[in-house]
Ligand binder design. Sequence first.
Ligand code: ARG
Length: 462
Amino acid sequence: MKNKNKTVWSNRFKSKMSQSFQKIGSSIHIDKRLYEQDIAASIVHTQMLSKQKIIKSEDANKIINGLKKIKAQIDKGNFEFKEKFEDIHLNIEKALFDIIGPSAGYMHTARSRNDQVVTDFKLWIKDASKEILKDISLVMKNLLKKAEKNTDTVMPGLTHLKNAQPISFAHYLLSYFEMLKRDKKRFENNLNLLDECPLGSAALSGTSYKIDRTYTAKKLGFKKPTDNSIDSVSDRDFAIDFLYASAVCAMHLSRLAEDFIIYNSDAFKLISFKDSMLTGSSIMPQKKNPDPAELIRGKVGINYGKLNAILTIMKGLPMSYFKDMQDDKELVFSGFDTLKDTLTMSAELINSVYANKSNMLFMANQGHTTATDFADYLVQNKNLSFRESYAISAKLVNFAEKNEKLLSELSLDEVKKFYKDLDKSVLKVFDVKNSMNMKKSHGGTSVINVKSMIKKYKKEIK
Ligand code: ARG
């Protein structure tokens, strides 16, 4: 019991650790989130040591039972984490000594905290990525539901925030479906890349014990063991990949939120939110502000920050393990928490959005959005080149603008001033719904296209 409060390296040290060093050096308040992974990896490592007859099966059984007890204690909140023992690995090892005595001393054979932490962290990021994948799917499903109800809701499609061409609200929403689909692929690719188990690399050089790394890897759910022990303990690519995928996903949601904020503004009035997604003002009685959308727009700053921080920490680090890397956990945990909140909020926000259809239609008619359709009509029916047609259509727009008319308000005679040989069939090109439905090229905004895309997406997302 006299060792109870000592660090594992106390025999080598003449003085106690400085208090301020203990405070900055300890990561237990952060990495206690790895306890399940740490215990799972220790159990498998112990089973492997026993199978390989490196430690006695009696000791292995004691270790495994002790670890299970510790897990139960932590699960119930009955475990005291100590700053003094630095991190999750040493806190658990110390507790194991308290519970089973000297047999605990066999657990750390043929491993180091260096391979231990990276194994725990990979396991954690695997689970976290799977959770994020589910959360992204929910956002995608809600986009799909909203899109289904709006395949023929016409709105102005914008470029440069200026009215460009008519599109459907569904087609707009599904553009985010595609972005999120890529986000899922990014997280899935990451899962593939990190699927190699570092445990057994020990401090950095491997180990002289006859360990079975394939057994350990397979039992922990990895495809195979890592092939280079030095890289194993110094690699944090998988954490960077996770933060990068998170940053891109958060950026997509930030763009959606910004769109929603603009479309909901009093200047646009294209969409509204349910009151459950709005806040009032402490002074202005009339206000209903879209705070959730603003929070989603802003949160990406945290995701970028964490990515930037880990890239900076890793830059120029010589081989192999350094304590610099200890801060990787805080960055990933916080990036994960932030993205998870953002995804949950986005899923709800999308459900709460509704299109102000009449204003969308009105706005789709503003800004001469069918000018391209007129040019296309001339190309397709009058054997003109696109550039010739473009010039004729531009002149027609100038005329409409000068006379303060929509293109759809022009008479056939007015249109014929710019190209003589026309009959009244040309007038339908100025109808915004017609314009939308003419866009039947693959990936275009016509109702037919969008409906068949929705069908395809529904099968994919199941
Ligand atoms: N808490 C440490 C970390 O997260 C574990 C590895 C410690 N290794 C060492 N050689 N000090 O990086």
